[in-house]
Design a protein around this ligand. Structure first.
Ligand code: G3P
Ligand code: MG
Length: 248
């Protein structure tokens, strides 16, 4: 049986403030096979780890990431919105996350999602490929995006890189699901996978998001998907290991 990899969504989003160092630390602590995080570009062109285009929801500040410098972004509290005990959390850069993962010798997968579907952030693809190439990181790095053009640019910059197309429904960027298109993996929304995996032959490895409920995790394990992207990596790992050994 093919084992399904457990990938921590925005770190361990269900138990810690998403996309912060604390959430990434937790993902490592529980033994996640992979970690997914989201990146944007700041005004001074730093690679910033955050989900939204603005800092409004996940910090005590407001404004667009692309309108703020790194120094400005660092002033805000990125943890209290989740729980007061995380008030020390700041918005991290990709470099800070990678340095931590290097320090702890993390050997899993790091899935960098480029959030270029609302703003294109000109130059973000070059920036991330150059940053990744700076070192021989102990972990595996792959890219995903809802923006197919971003993935094609990444591939043009580094032919050896692995790219995954994110999609929610048939139509839109799913038009690119042809096996001839040089994407390596499909990253569909759970609702799409629930419907389509019943009758559709899935030609590429699939990692499904966001899979949190036990019944959905078990459905994905039964389908032997390559990975699940989950807010609760510890729970998913426990369930996957039980499923693997006991078949329940
Ligand atoms: O990579 C899967 C998932 O992160 C895609 O959606 O909005 O959570 O970034 P979102
Ligand atoms: Mg994401």
């Amino acid at each position: 049986m093919n084992q399904t990899n457990i990938i921590a969504h925005r770190g361990s989003k269900g138990t810690h403030p998403e996309n912060t160092l604390e959430a990434i630390k937790e993902a490592v602590r529980v033994g996640s096979d992979g970690i997914e995080l989201d990146i944007h570009l700041s005004l001074d062109k730093e690679l910033i780890v955050i989900h939204d285009e603005t800092i409004d929801r996940t910090t005590n500040g407001n404004g667009r990431v692309q309108h703020l410098t790194l120094a400005e972004l660092k002033q805000f509290d990125a943890g209290s919105w989740y729980s007061y005990e995380y008030s020390h959390c700041r918005i991290p850069t990709l470099q800070e996350i990678f340095c931590f993962l290097e320090e702890v010798d993390y050997e899993g997968l790091v899935n960098i999602e480029l959030k270029t579907d609302k703003f294109s952030y000109p130059g973000i693809e070059e920036k991330v490929v150059a940053f990744v190439a700076e070192k021989n990181w102990p972990f595996t790095i792959e890219y995903s995006s809802f923006n197919y053009q971003t993935l094609i640019q990444l591939k043009a910059l580094d032919d050896s890189c692995k790219i995954a197309l994110l999609f929610e429904k048939t139509g839109g960027n799913v038009a690119f699901l042809s096996p001839d298109i040089p994407i390596n993996m499909w990253h569909p929304k759970l609702s799409w996978f629930r419907r389509n995996s019943l009758f559709r032959v899935l030609e590429k490895p699939v990692r499904v998001w966001t899979v949190n409920k036990s019944e959905d995790l078990q459905f994905c394990f039964r389908k032997q998907v390559a990975g699940v992207i989950t807010d609760y990596p510890q729970k998913a790992l426990e369930l996957r290991n039980k499923w693997q050994y006991e078949g329940v």
